[in-house]
Design a protein around this ligand. Sequence first.
Ligand code: SF4
Length: 328
Amino acid sequence: MNQEFLEVRGLKKYFEAGRPGLFSKDARKVHAVDGVDLTLRRSEVIALVGESGCGKSTLALLLMGLEDPTEGAVKFEGMDITHLNDSQRKKKELRRKIQMVFQDPYESLNPTQTIEEIITEPLLVHGMANTPDRDERVKKALEDAGLKPAEVYLDRYPHELSGGQRQRVVVAAALVLEPEIILADEPVSMLDVSIRAEIINLLAELRITRQIAVIFITHDLGSVGFFADRVAVMYLGRIVEVGTMLEVLENPKHPYTKALISVIPVPNPRLRHERIILQGETPNPINIPSGCRFHPRCPVAIATCKASDPPMVVVNKSHQAACLLLVK
Ligand code: SF4
């Protein structure tokens, strides 16, 4: 559990956003990911939380090797995988070991394929379909994803299943490749509230039964509950706070994290706390604000916040946050 097997250092991804302007001879760039450091341990669940457009999905694509970073490095099991060529065996192996579960189970599944064909397809793509245990693997993936007995589902089509069952099929299509990491990008946001917990519980089980690490990407800190071991809060391409789930929920240090926590619905009205409503929209990632990038919306900003980019400050061994108010 303590072994760090995915390590990200100084990762940046800038996209060209247009031609050089009247006042600038450089092409404008979207700073989608702008200097991210992150580690993931075996069987660990980390929640990557932030508003839409903060760069969390781009970060996932970089980890999958589906985008090349502009700068920085990604190490997996001690090996630098930042610039692996598509034809290299290691990259194919990596694509098998890191699987993605997308937000929309309706779009993720081909409506013309049976469930058996959908789960077999990743094996075909990875050249793993011509083995005597192929059918067993497909059934096991379905059953580990909670679709039991598998025989009931093999000949069905996606439209014959409920939303929750379809998302389980998406998870099974990832599991059939025996991944070590699942990158779950908003995996419950399109589901009814009543079945969100089922999918979260499924992912929680898989980290125990299959020792799979999970990066759970979400805009809604409340949807994570205590399922995650750690939480990393992202704002405009950077991680601004990281710590254990308990520390961050109970003792948040960054004003942005405090705002996210303040809007989590609380069932008991007596425990309700003051909502912190942030002013304005998230700034355009083409024009990152000077100093602390959160300063235009920060309710407790001070004069120096406009000029100084806050460093990551160590709160304790497992908790860090980037805010000038923490600098001693
Ligand atoms: Fe707010 Fe300043 Fe801290 Fe940034 S550095 S989060 S603007 S108080």
